[in-house]
Structure formats: structure tokens, C-alpha cells
Design a protein around this ligand. Structure first.
Ligand code: FES
Ligand SMILES: [Fe+2]
Length: 326
């Protein structure tokens, strides 16, 4: 697969706080999908009406007299048992809803275990926006080691290396040498050259560990800092049907409110620094060179996923039954 195809790995579908009480529409490229909030579970399913293809995510979720959960279509009001819809794996963890577009475990890269290890509590939303750029660029960004200096003002990046873990997730580790407050934008604005010179010289600097792990071509977990209290940043991307992508950045941190706000602001600012570069790239001009080994590692990781059809086929209709009495 290419890194922009739909794939069999995990997607960050939504934060729990975004879910409605009933049906929440989800788009992954041209795939119309939905999250259904039932009494004791969240269901991730195709939103293509088995009758004539209307978007079921605009329908109504009902409980019948016989106790069945059904979705009534907004077009001709036929209703379909939730159990008869094409459903997909879904996982709720840390205030986030993750899903995959296949039942096969082959696209799993150990997300549950990684979250169990790295999460520090429910996430806080930092960014939820659309970007006019190829979806793959956003997770790949963590592996693009040579952009941290020019785009984010990190004075020195050292010892970058990648590895695959036993579950197949792709990690990158590096050491960032920065000023004593790596989020202090003011210092860079005042005199970036002076800051870079000072930090490279070792004066008033600190070294922090940077660790990111790609779980799929659309999902990366990033940790920056050298203590267990350092926040985890979860970045998920969903391709949009018209091109570009929807991006969510969320932060899991066990920090006092003030420090948490600082971390959220830092993640927002970093994202804003990346956007103009991503949106200004010329499509088709993409030539990796000898310095791009870590980007290449991410793309090789992506190539290991299976491609999922860009639109739901007849399988979304198979087995669905309508006419459920209310
Ligand atoms: S298209 Fe859904 S009931 Fe007709
Ligand atoms: Fe970046």
C-alpha cells in the first residue's frame, strides 16, 4: 500500500467527549461510518443503508419493544438491527475511541499494550482541525528528524534511531538539546540565533528524550521529556473524501492544571508551526535522500499494512435485515 491508502491498522476515530448520545458520523476517506452509543458498548459500523445506500449516520437509533437496538434510515425509514450491520473492531481507552476497518488482527501493532504503558489518564484535546495536506505527512512528521530545527526551533537533535518492537510498532528515539524551557517561544522570537548558539555551546541548555511510536500509518504516540510525568501526545489523522485530512492531537498528562495548559499550548503551537509547511508542499515532488533514513523507516512500516477498499462494497449490505417492528 502507499502511505495515503486506507489501511487495516488503527485509526483514532474520535474523543469520547465528541460522541453524541446516539449516532456519531465518522468519515475515513470515502468510507461512511458511524459510532453508535448503546447502553453498554460503543459500536463502530458501516453507515451505508443496505436498501439504497443512504447515509445511516443521519438516521435514528431506537430500542424496539422487543429490546433490539435498531437504526432507522433517514431516506425510507426502514430499520436495521445493529447486530446485522457490518461492524468493525473498536476500542475505547483514555477517553479516545479507536477503530480498524477489518476484523483481521494483522493490522494491530500492539496499541492496547502501548496505551496501557504510556497513558497517564484520560486525554485533553489540544487540536481538532482539518489540514489541506496528504494524511501521511502528519504521523510521518515525528520521524522527519531534520524538520525539528528549522520548523520548531529545536537547536540540536542528537542520536536519532528507529526500531520495530515485537508487535511491529515503529519507534523513533532521539535527544533534543534545548533551552531550559523547551516551550519558551519568547526566547526564540527574541533572538533565535543567540539561543541556538548558546544551546549548542551547552550554556543554559537541557537534554530531553524524544520518543515517538507509530502504531499505524494514521496514528502516532509521542513522548517528550525525561521523566515519567512528561505528557503523552496522541496524534490521529483521518483522510477526508475531498482530500486533506482531519487531525486530532490529544494530551494525556498527570500534571497540575497550569503545567497541563502549558503542555497543551506547546502542542498547539508545534502543530501551527507545521501546517504552513505541509500545506505548501508541491504534490509529486518527494525525493528522499541519504539524510532521510528515519522517514524511510516510517514509510517501510506503512508499507507493511494491507490496503482497505476506498468505498464499502456489497459486503456492507450482506446480512442486514430490515422491517424490524418498533
Ligand atoms: S435508502 Fe435507506 S431505507 Fe431506503
Ligand atoms: Fe513538526
Amino acid at each position: 500500500m502507499t502511505t495515503n491508502d486506507l489501511h487495516n491498522g488503527w485509526y483514532l476515530l474520535a474523543l469520547v467527549e465528541e460522541l453524541t448520545e446516539t449516532i456519531t458520523p465518522v468519515r475515513i476517506g470515502h468510507r461512511r461510518l458511524m459510532l453508535l452509543r448503546l447502553a453498554d458498548e460503543v459500536v463502530f459500523a458501516d453507515a451505508v443503508c443496505p436498501h439504497r445506500g443512504a447515509d445511516l449516520s443521519g438516521g435514528t437509533l431506537l430500542r424496539t419493544k422487543r429490546g433490539n437496538d435498531v437504526v432507522a434510515c433517514p431516506f425510507h425509514a426502514r430499520s436495521f438491527r445493529v447486530g446485522s450491520l457490518t461492524r468493525y473492531p473498536v476500542m475505547e481507552k483514555g477517553g479516545m475511541i479507536f477503530g480498524r476497518l477489518t476484523d483481521s488482527d494483522s493490522g494491530d501493532r500492539g496499541l492496547a499494550a502501548l496505551l496501557g504503558e504510556l497513558l497517564q489518564g484520560d486525554v485533553h484535546s489540544a487540536v481538532h482541525t482539518t489540514v489541506s495536506a496528504e494524511p501521511r505527512l502528519i504521523p510521518e512528521n515525528a520521524f522527519d528528524i531534520h524538520h525539528f530545527a528549522p520548523v520548531h526551533g529545536v537547536p540540536l537533535v542528537m542520536n536519532a534511531r528507529t526500531r520495530k518492537d515485537d508487535a511491529g510498532a515503529c519507534h523513533i528515539h532521539a535527544t533534543f538539546r534545548t533551552g531550559t524551557d523547551p516551550f519558551a517561544q519568547e526566547a526564540r522570537d527574541d533572538d533565535p540565533a543567540e539561543l541556538v548558539a548558546a544551546v549548542r555551546g551547552g550554556a543554559d541548555s537541557q537534554d530531553s528524550e524524544f520518543h515517538a511510536v507509530a502504531v499505524s500509518p494514521s496514528l502516532v504516540l509521542t513522548r517528550y521529556g525525561s521523566t515519567p510525568d512528561d505528557p503523552l501526545v496522541v496524534t490521529g489523522v483521518l483522510p477526508l473524501p475531498e482530500g486533506g485530512c482531519a487531525v486530532r492531537v490529544a494530551i494525556s498528562a498527570n500534571l497540575p492544571q497550569e503545567k497541563l495548559q502549558h503542555a497543551v499550548a506547546g502542542a498547539e503551537r508545534a502543530f501551527q508551526q507545521d501546517i504552513p509547511v505541509w500545506e505548501g508542499l508541491t504534490p509529486g515532488c518527494d525525493h528522499l535522500d541519504v539524510l532521510d533514513g528515519t522517514v524511510r523507516a516510517f514509510r517501510q512500516f506503512c508499507a507493511g499494512f494491507q490496503t482497505i477498499p476506498p468505498v464499502a462494497g456489497d459486503t456492507s449490505c450482506a446480512g442486514a435485515t430490515s422491517g424490524e417492528g418498533k
